[in-house]
Design a protein around this ligand. Structure first.
Ligand SMILES: Nc1nc2c(ncn2[C@@H]2O[C@H](COP(=O)(O)OP(=O)(O)OP(=O)(O)O)[C@@H](O)[C@H]2O)c(=O)[nH]1
Ligand SMILES: [Mg+2]
Length: 335
């Protein structure tokens, strides 16, 4: 797919508007202007052409920030922990960006409310930028939107970017996987949960945190994670995920968590390039697939053809393989 094909989709009015606003916007993002950052993330979240162009403008100026993914079950205390980490990092004079992936609650308005509550603690601190992103409305593009939002914060000069996700879906796993370090949060008494986590999240954990350590059973939960880790033979130079205990509500154990993150960062120094390359691969593959499908839907197929095709597959008139093969033949030369 030629880039001209995708840019020609942008209506002239959009590109005109962009010609005026976006170069200014990227400059303002690079200057660390909070309102420009907020605007830029909205453009990305809405999957606008301006958002994509903005990323093009700022990309060469990114790569300096360190991305920390914090995941775990609903209610594990991730937001409280992220808030404490923010406070602690600010104390050490590090600027912080927070991206919280909130499942949108139909009752509270989800992301927005979460933002407001979170903002209060750091209100007026220019060294902190907090943004929630709703999971609603992103058809598998949440990881993409999150990575791009992180790029904006990176370009805006934030040293550390904390990304909170509820560790339930593939999207969230993808997000954590693209962070520089993944912190997995569990709570005491979560024996079954530890078992369940094993399947996906456990494998991507670089650091384990048993939060709510003030509760009964924290040691037992730590021991069950330890038992699970002991099934794996770690090489002498291989990172073995440490298991830390925290009490996010009081901040107990949070400095130790920051130490562990720093140790991981130092440990992966050489491997950091590999990790970023993996992230680049994930992003390029994901973006290519997304763009290609959009290209097929918007340009290759006639109006209503995609839906009609789905109906035919459902009615067993055609099989999915033949349908895709047919589209590929029409859309990719040499296929
Ligand atoms: N006792 C105790 N409660 C805690 C601790 N950390 C967080 N909590 C409480 O647990 C509840 C959930 O905390 P959140 O920080 O919102 O948890 P979360 O993981 O972000 O929740 P979701 O984003 O909804 O998945 C709140 O009432 C917190 O005050 C802790 O260390 N000890
Ligand atoms: Mg939360």
């Amino acid at each position: 797919m030629k880039s001209s094909a995708s840019s020609s989709r942008v209506s002239s009015s959009t590109s005109d508007r962009f010609a005026v606003s976006a170069p200014g916007l990227s400059e303002r993002v690079l200057a660390g202007d909070a309102r420009a950052v907020a605007r830029a993330i909205s453009l990305i979240e809405d999957e606008t052409a301006e958002g994509a162009v903005l990323i093009r403008h700022i990309f060469s100026r990114t790569g300096r920030a360190y991305l920390v993914g914090v995941t775990g079950a609903p209610g594990a205390g991730k937001s409280t922990l992220v808030d404490r980490l923010t406070t602690e990092l600010r104390r050490a004079n590090r600027s912080v960006g927070v991206i919280a992936i909130d499942p949108t609650s139909p009752f509270t308005g989800g992301a927005l409310l979460g933002d407001r509550v979170r903002m209060q603690a750091h209100a007026g601190d220019a060294g902190v930028f907090i943004r929630s992103m709703a999971t609603r409305g992103h058809l598998g593009g949440l990881a993409r939107a999150t990575s791009d939002a992180a790029l904006v914060l990176d370009a805006a000069g934030k040293d550390i970017i904390l990304i909170e996700t509820v560790g339930v879906g593939q999207d969230e796993i993808d997000i954590v996987r693209t962070a520089d370090v993944s912190v997995v949060t569990v709570v005491p008494g979560a024996g079954d949960e530890v078992q369940a986590l094993k399947a996906g999240i456990m494998e991507i954990a670089d650091i384990f945190v048993v939060n709510k350590a003030d509760r009964e059973g924290a040691d037992r939960t730590g021991a069950s994670i330890e038992a699970m880790l002991s099934l794996h033979a770690y090489g002498p130079l291989e990172w073995r995920p440490p298991i830390l205990k925290t009490e996010a509500t009081t901040g107990l154990g949070v400095p130790e968590l920051i130490d562990a993150i720093e140790r991981f960062r130092a440990h992966t120094g050489a491997a950091h390039g590999t990790r970023r390359r993996d992230r680049a691969e994930f992003r390029v593959r994901e973006l290519l697939a997304h763009r290609f499908v959009r290209h097929v839907e918007e340009r290759l197929l006639g109006a209503g053809e995609f839906t009609a095709l789905l109906d035919r597959i459902a009615a067993r008139e055609v099989d999915p393989y033949s349908a895709v093969e047919d589209i590929m033949r029409r859309g990719v030369s040499g296929f």
